[in-house]
Design a protein around this ligand. Structure first.
Ligand SMILES: [Zn+2]
Length: 138
């Protein structure tokens, strides 16, 4: 995953397997905090959820879905509050239909929590950040 350093603007490549190690910017040493949802495509999906060293909460969404737009700021809040503890990822089901099919996504938004590549919990529908955290035990 590429993370732009908030301090110096350098692009850093952070392997998902090092997410728990408090990654720092290679140029200036500033901590690289994944405190916002990251977009994940079909090509990166499997590697991310299987290699990530922290749980990954995946939001399956689409641009035309109203409840998805409603839950987006809640997920952004959760990503900020739980940075370093959980990675919030977003999968656009229009662009990644095969991933959506593999995980039986029939309605969106659908939130799936992955640990070590396995789905450990899933819920459908929009809800506030606090309710999401409680539902997934984050
Ligand atoms: Zn930097």
């Amino acid at each position: 995953m590429i993370r732009v350093c908030p301090s110096c603007g350098a692009k850093n490549r952070v392997p998902p397997s090092r997410l728990h190690k408090h990654p720092k910017c290679g140029r200036c040493g500033e901590p690289l905090v994944f405190d916002a949802p990251v977009e994940v495509g079909e090509a990166e999906f499997d590697a991310l959820v299987s290699e990530a060293s922290i749980p990954v909460l995946v939001d399956f969404w689409a641009p035309w879905c109203g409840p998805c737009r409603a839950v987006a700021p809640e997920l952004a809040r959760l990503a900020k509050e739980k940075a370093g503890k959980v990675l919030v990822a977003k999968v656009n089901t229009d662009q990644a239909p095969r991933v959506a099919r593999r995980f039986d996504i029939t309605g969106i938004p659908a939130l799936l929590l992955f640990r070590n590549g396995n789905v450990v919990e899933r819920v459908s529908g929009a809800m506030p950040a606090a309710a999401i955290a409680q539902r997934f035990g984050l």
